[in-house]
Structure formats: C-alpha cells, structure tokens
Ligand binder design. Structure first.
Ligand SMILES: Nc1nc2c(c(=O)[nH]1)N[C@H]1C(S)=C(S)[C@@H](COP(=O)(O)O)O[C@H]1N2
Ligand SMILES: [Mo]
Length: 320
C-alpha cells in the first residue's frame, strides 16, 4: 500500500511542537519518575528499574519566547539529532550511538577565574536558579550546512549574573568534560578538552543562550547534554557542547579549532557569506532538513542584535 507521508520539513512550526503531545509526554515521564522511586525499594527487580528519569524532565516543554523565531519550517528532529559534530565521539556525522556513552549525571558545573567567589554547582541545582524558555534559532556550521531548531534553556547572561564576575573579567571561556575512557575521540592528539570563549559583551548579548533542551525535552546527548552554548550568529564550532566549566578571564581564550588550525578558525567566527573559508565558499549553505542550498546571511541573519558589538573592531579578523 502506498502511503502519502508528509515529509518532516512540510510540518508547520505550530505542528512541530504540539503542546498536547508534549504535555502528554511530560505526564508519562513524571509517572515513570515516580515509579522508579517507588520501585527502587528492597526486593524489587523489575524492568522499571532500568528506566532513568531525567531530573529536569518537568522543565520541558518550556514556554516558547515568540521573540526568537524563524520563518521557515523547523528541521525535523530526526535529522537534527542524527547529523552531528561531536568529535569526542568520532569525526563523522554519525555519532548518535557512540554519544550514548556520555554520562550526564552526576554533572557538576564549575564557575571560576575572575569571579567574586569560585563555585561548583550540581547541574540540577543550577537549573533551579535559571529561567528556562524555548527559542527557535538558525544554526550555521562553518562546513556550510545549517538547521533550524527549537532549543530550550536560558540566556547565558543569567549564568553570568549568577557567577558575579569581577569588573576585570573580559572574556568567559567554556570547557567540555575531559574523559578519554568515556569519550574515545579524546584519545586523539587534538587539544582536549574542547573549549571556546566569548567577550563579556557577546556573552551577555540577549541572543547568547545555554541550551539544556531540544524539541521540547532535555537535550539529546549527541547535541551536547546536559548543557551547551548556542551563539546563532557565529559558526557552529563556537557553540561548545557538554560544558563543565565557565572560566572568567582577562585573556582572550584560544578555542579548540583555533589551537588546531588558526589559519582557518579564529576567535570571532561571525557568519559572513562574503568571506570564504580558505578551502570553500561561505556564500551558500545546505539545509540538512530539505537538502536545499540557500543563501547564507550576514551574522546568520542576526545582525540587528549583534552588529553593534563589532563597531570599532573592523581591523580584527571578525569573520572566520
Ligand atoms: N565539545 C564539542 N562541542 C562542539 C563540537 C565538538 O566536536 N565537540 N562541534 C561543534 C560544531 S563544529 C558544531 S557545528 C556544533 C554541532 O552541534 P549539533 O551537533 O547539535 O548540530 O557543535 C559544536 N560544539
Ligand atoms: Mo561546525
């Protein structure tokens, strides 16, 4: 029998995250959570024990902030969560399976460097202090592919306020975990752990987001669970995944890719269709959902929010 199946990208935005489905799912997750606690008592050895309930599950789906939206249909979840860059788990785009080895609890976040008081906080505790919302953003990889997805999380500014940096802090540097046993990719010669940095002005820009959720649920491991940076006007490599440390500093951080290949990847890495990568054009990008080639936009279309950040910095290598 031939079934006319609508393709994912033909979904309207409103259908892509149907509230009813999410609320239904949330109840299921909560029920499982309660069951897991009850069934953890002595003598119980049923299959329910295998079910792990994410402690933050009830935060999702978060209320969507309609200010941050995209006109085009969203990338299907299936695509955005199976085509990834996560070198800790391999250099191909197919890291979903390998990335399931990522252990996301306990997960401690360290905040240190130029702050009033360095702290270490459990991720689940941090989440109680952060305002969670959903935003639709475009994401543009330096490799000339892109997607449009519903992230959930909080503005990085909320974490900066929580961290109380000193006036002398000029940058915030973020680091991924370092665990070569868990993440086989970290046995390579690359400069692990993966790190990236932003100026304080960039870090506190309203667009700069820490994503803890994706498609109305806790973020998938392969997309950088339990928390990853999302800076939509920069090439994707700036958006460091699975963060364990925020370090406030007065020295400009050298990111993972800049350490590896400074001639191709720099600190600013703002999206610009007119400035080619040394090995390819950045004028167009392939939408990984539709496979269409679409024109790339200056600042990935976010110039109204961020162009002012770069006034007076024209002599810097702002674009790669
Ligand atoms: N720790 C870590 N963070 C990372 C990467 C990585 O390999 N390791 N890849 C970066 C690159 S190049 C991109 S395009 C995005 C991809 O995010 P996605 O898989 O959620 O689309 O993550 C970025 N963050
Ligand atoms: Mo990327």
């Amino acid at each position: 029998m031939l079934i006319k199946r609508r393709r994912g990208w033909e979904l309207k935005e409103s259908e892509a995250t149907p509230e009813a489905v999410f609320h239904g799912r949330r109840r299921v997750v909560q029920a499982l959570g309660a069951g897991a606690i009850l069934s953890a008592g002595p003598g119980f050895a049923g299959p329910a024990l295998a079910q792990w309930a994410d402690p933050t599950a009830s935060l999702y789906p978060a209320k969507r902030n309609e200010k941050y939206t995209v006109k085009e249909p969203l990338t299907p979840e299936e695509t955005a969560t199976t085509y990834n860059n996560f070198y800790e788990f391999g250099t191909s785009k197919s890291v979903v399976k390998a990335a399931q080895a990522l252990k996301t609890r306990p997960w401690t976040v360290k905040i240190d460097g130029m702050v009033e008081k360095p702290i270490e906080v459990a991720f689940d505790e941090l989440m109680k202090a952060m305002p969670v919302e959903e935003r639709l953003y475009r994401h543009r990889c330096v490799e000339a592919w892109s997607m449009k997805v519903p992230w959930s999380g909080f503005p990085l500014k909320a974490l900066v306020d929580y961290a109380k940096p000193l006036g002398s802090a000029k940058y915030v540097e973020m680091f991924t975990f370092n665990d070569p046993k868990m993440a086989p990719g970290q046995n390579s010669f690359y400069p692990w752990p993966y790190n990236e940095g932003l100026t304080m002005a960039e870090a506190t820009n309203e667009l700069t987001f820490i994503s803890t959720g994706l498609y109305g649920k806790p973020i998938h491991k392969q997309n950088g669970a339990p928390l990853r940076l999302t800076v939509p006007w920069k090439y994707g490599f700036k958006s460091v995944k699975s963060i364990v440390r925020f370090n406030f500093t007065d020295k400009r951080p050298k990111g993972f890719w800049e350490q590896l290949q400074a001639s191709e990847y720099g600190f600013w890495a703002n999206v610009n269709p007119e400035v080619s990568h040394p090995r390819w054009s950045q004028a167009q990008e392939t939408d990984i959902g539709t496979q269409e080639k679409i024109p790339t936009l200056l600042f990935n279309g976010y110039g109204e929010y961020v162009a002012d950040l770069y006034k007076g910095l024209e002599k810097e290598r702002l674009w790669a």
